[in-house]
Design a binder for this molecule. Structure first.
Ligand SMILES: [Zn+2]
Length: 298
């Protein structure tokens, strides 16, 4: 424990607050089930806790506690308790930048603009050009893909499924190894995922190829869907999809596991929980190559 924690730079988790409720008791209040009460904590302990800001290591903080007249063993125990309760975190973890940070959002406008409003640094880049937009849609789609691919991309589908035009757009991002997240909502369900990082699958293309294997008519149907007007969608499901997408984007930091990574999260209108369907790699999709490279270099 000591060897591991030597590297840690303790800092407070977001939203943590210290409240002195009695002369010798400090309550550490945060987004946990119940506040942690530190009894026998005098003014020196409060002063010491106040300055935990991630700038110094675990051992430097123990030395600081000693300098303030707090027994080393007591200080160590306090740090351990606070870490266990996730009220204290390691500063590098708190500073990590999401692999999906400052994304471009494209696709269906209402959900897209909502996501752009929720995610820091996000911008809404426009709808995905489709066959229904008439001649030249492919050129427009290519131009848009090029424009957005400099940053991570959130692709908002017109429905909870992928039509042929959206599939083409997503294929580009998979081949170019652009980090991206798929999101969509309809009248009855909302989906978030998959999130694909560095082109490593299983990805949306794997999923679509599998679907085509199981249902030979899907290819024709998804082409037809790209011609039609988008179906109606529920307002609540749209907001839900946007919020969950934003949450997944924030969580895409190393060492944590975003549920939508290589998987599709889905929920329905009727108060059900989100379900998670892990994607299966398709042998005809090239994302296995990026996965192989990722394993070798990582
Ligand atoms: Zn794939």
């Amino acid at each position: 424990m000591e060897a591991l924690t030597m590297q840690v730079r303790p800092t407070w988790a977001a939203g943590v607050d210290l409240r002195q409720t009695m002369v010798d008791c400090v309550q550490v209040v945060g987004d946990v089930d119940s506040p942690l009460a530190l009894r026998g904590a005098g003014a020196n302990v409060v002063g010491w806790l106040d300055q935990l800001d991630g700038s110094r290591s675990w051992s430097a903080q123990l030395a600081e506690a000693e300098a303030r007249g707090i027994a080393r063993a007591q200080a160590r125990e306090v740090l351990r308790q606070l870490f266990e309760a996730r009220l204290l975190v390691d500063a590098p973890d708190a500073d990590q930048v999401s692999a999906m940070a400052a994304p471009a959002v494209l696709g269906s406008r209402d959900i897209g603009e909502r996501i752009a409003g929720l995610v820091a640094g996000a911008r809404y880049a426009g709808v995905i050009p489709k066959p229904r937009d008439g001649m030249g849609w492919q050129v427009d789609a290519e131009r848009l893909a090029e424009e957005v691919a400099v940053s991570p991309v959130i692709v908002v589908l017109d429905a909870p499924w992928v039509d042929a035009a959206e599939f083409e757009m997503l294929s580009r991002f998979i081949d170019q190894r652009v980090n991206h997240l798929v999101v969509g909502a309809g009248a009855n369900t909302a989906r978030v995922g998959p999130m694909t990082i560095a082109g490593r699958g299983p990805c949306t293309r794997c999923d679509e190829l599998l679907q085509q294997d199981m249902d030979p008519s899907w290819r024709t149907l998804s082409a037809q869907l790209a011609l039609d007007d988008p179906p109606a969608r529920g307002a609540v499901l749209s907001v839900l999809a946007a919020a969950e997408a934003a949450r997944q984007v924030e969580s895409a930091v190393q060492g944590t596991h975003s549920a939508s990574l290589d998987a599709v999260l889905r929920t329905g209108r009727g108060g059900s929980a989100w379900t998670r369907r892990a994607l299966i790699r398709h042998t005809k999709c090239s994302c296995w190559w990026a996965s192989l490279n990722g394993t070798e270099s990582g």
